[in-house]
Design a protein around this ligand. Sequence first.
Ligand code: SF4
Length: 231
Amino acid sequence: MDERKVLLEVTRRLRTRFGPIREGLGSDPLDLLVRTILSQNTSDRNRDRAYAELRRRFPTWEAVLSAPVADVERAIQGAGLHHQRAARLKHVLRRIQDEQGELSLAFLAGLPDEEAAAWLLSLPGIGKKTAYVVLLFGFGRPFFPVDTHIRRVTRRLGIVDSRAEPHAALAPLVPPGTEAEVHLQLIRLGREICRARRPRCPACPLADLCGYARSTHPNQARMGPPRKEVQ
Ligand code: SF4
């Protein structure tokens, strides 16, 4: 089976396992950008705590921009790396305010896909994952963000080569219009089953498709998905 077909089958089985996932689409782009900055190199729980505290202390992004950096650091310290994150956050807000005259990313809606991506990637500390999250979930653009879970599970499955740049390798394999679902299903797989340490291959519906499982659990991989997953 080629990689495109494997990814289709993976998505079909994860939909059966986890149910349809539709969260996140239509979020405010600047809120998403800030949340994703807070999520870099930390857990979702820490990111959510830091974001909630930031919103509690500063009701608007204008208030964050005008606040002393030490106050912003205190608000987001639950996410870790708070000195670096607070400085990055204020740099990004300053750049948006200076260029657009307001704290909004609405102007990106008027740019072609690649120009909108290039603008976001020109912000300090913003990489492809963050830029593509904003474009996909904030604007419904056809980008496929790859986080640490997606990188790990697609490598284990053998869908992408470990030497390949994962965004470039995966984007052509994702059917247009399914980017958000594939992204969220693979992240859920990575969090709940295909964990970084001790992946739960015997409980995984993808074991018979997976190169990693074939090398570490050959008997289970030959048997196919756990019986309760077959529909
Ligand atoms: S079979 Fe194991 S390594 Fe492969 S995707 Fe499932 S949990 Fe991950």
